[in-house]
Design a protein around this ligand. Structure first.
Ligand code: ADP
Length: 415
């Protein structure tokens, strides 16, 4: 550009009149491409979550014959995303065309005026040719920029999504001054605890109870009463809105999250196993577990024998979510994973529901061993499975409506 001005100021000024037009159109088109790229990211997210949801619930999908319906929504989402992609390609191609056109217009104008200047013998033909070749070189980056604009816009939109995620601050994190939790004895106390997931919609209201170290507490009551919510609070997946939860006399929030959760172990109704070897599935319970610990945990969980009968023993890779095992076998591996932690607090969320009698016996036996010394919270909707509990809390609509031992509650029921 400098050389062009040095060669001939008038021609140089003529060539750069197109620049503002180019800048204006590229800024406006970039904005539109960016908007489309953002939408496209969102629809791609929707496609991915629809696919994951459908695949992970494939049995239900087939049983309810939802394939057609879900395929349609998948197609619709895909088409939407395709349209957005096409639109942004169109815009970007448009910008490239504009850039080409503007450069050609500038060249034509320069030629037109240049020829006049040559005729008036102000410049020579050689000067004009040299000028035109500089003009081409000077505008090359402009054309390239037009090509890159859509790439840059798309990258910006993706970057925004990543930054959004990275900037998310979890609600529950270590409080300032949180300390590493000491080894718990396992005394748990809920003190006037209230909680709700959304504002104005209370789930638990003013719950208070105490569990001594090593006690078994059964949480019973109709579904939706708030039993799972209660144990989520103990794991500090949420913080109570009011009141306090204490372990060995100290508020959970005084401890570092990881050091608290390391000392609580959990077995769910439908335990999630990972698509790795049986050995790793058990070892996930304790970072750096040794072979001996893994086998001891499997034996405790009544799982060692059937694991040895698997084609590759402890090295057998499980299908997705443990689909290659029976329900009872899955549960026993989950119990081994829970047992390897040797945690002073154990949470069992309906761990035997859906098992046949034979499996249930084996799983119950494993659970008894797992919970022998720990403070245990057993969620169950069946009062019969709570016969051995030291105390039973009957929870309905977020309140403890009855409490006592099995006998005491039976007596109440009889009245
Ligand atoms: P229970 O374990 O006794 O069946 P839950 O603790 O699972 O009861 O549920 C208690 C109430 O909290 C229910 O009304 C349920 O809809 C609601 N709930 C549970 N989890 C969530 C959540 N993550 N977000 C919003 N509401 C929830």
């Amino acid at each position: 550009l400098g050389l062009m001005f040095w060669l001939n100021t008038e021609l140089a000024l003529i060539s750069i009149v197109i620049l503002p037009i180019f800048l204006f159109s590229s800024v406006s088109i970039t904005k539109r491409i960016q908007k489309l790229a953002r939408q496209k990211r969102k629809s791609e997210g929707a496609i991915a979550s629809l696919a994951v949801e459908t695949m992970s619930a494939i049995k239900v999908v087939k049983a309810l014959s939802l394939e057609g319906m879900l395929e349609n929504s998948f197609t619709t989402q895909n088409e939407k995303s395709l349209q957005e992609g096409l639109k942004s390609e169109q815009l970007s191609a448009g910008l490239q065309r504009t850039a080409q056109l503007l450069v050609s217009v500038a060249t034509a104008l320069v030629l037109w005026r240049g020829v006049q200047l040559v005729m008036q013998q102000i410049i020579t033909v050689g000067d004009l040719l040299v000028f035109i070749s500089y003009l081409k070189t000077a505008f090359k980056p402009t054309r390239q920029l037009a090509k890159q604009v859509s790439q840059i816009a798309k990258a910006t939109a993706s970057g925004e999504r990543v930054i959004e995620l990275l900037d998310t601050v979890p609600d529950i994190r270590d409080s300032r001054g949180a300390i590493e939790a000491p080894s718990f004895k396992g005394k748990v106390r809920f003190k006037n605890v209230s909680f709700g997931y959304q504002e104005g919609k209370g789930i638990l209201s003013h719950l208070s109870f105490e569990a001594e170290s090593g006690q078994k507490v059964a949480l019973v009551g109709p579904s939706g009463g708030g039993k799972s919510t209660l144990v989520s609070l103990l794991l500090r997946l949420y913080d109570p809105l009011e009141g306090q939860i204490l372990i060995d006399g100290h508020d959970l929030r005084e401890y570092k999250l990881a050091s608290l959760r390391r000392q609580i172990t959990i077995v769910l109704q439908d335990s999630v196993l990972f698509g790795v070897s049986v050995r790793d599935n058990i070892a996930y319970g304790l970072l750096g577990a040794t072979e001996r610990q893994i086998i001891a945990a499997a034996k405790l969980a009544n799982a060692h024998e059937f694991i040895m009968r698997l084609p590759e023993g402890y090295d057998t890779i499980l299908g997705e979510r443990g689909s290659t095992l029976s329900g009872g076998q899955k549960q026993r591996i989950a119990i081994a994973r829970a047992a390897i932690r040797k945690a002073p607090i154990v949470i069992l969320d309906e761990p035997t529901v859906g098992l046949d009698n034979e499996s249930e016996r084996s799983v119950t036996e494993a659970l008894d061993r797992l919970t022998e010394e720990s403070t245990t919270f057993l969620i169950t909707h069946d009062l019969r499975t709570a016969t051995t509990a030291d105390q039973i809390l009957y929870i309905e609509k977020g309140e403890i409506v009855e409490r006592g031992t099995h006998q005491e509650l039976m007596r109440l029921q009889a009245k």
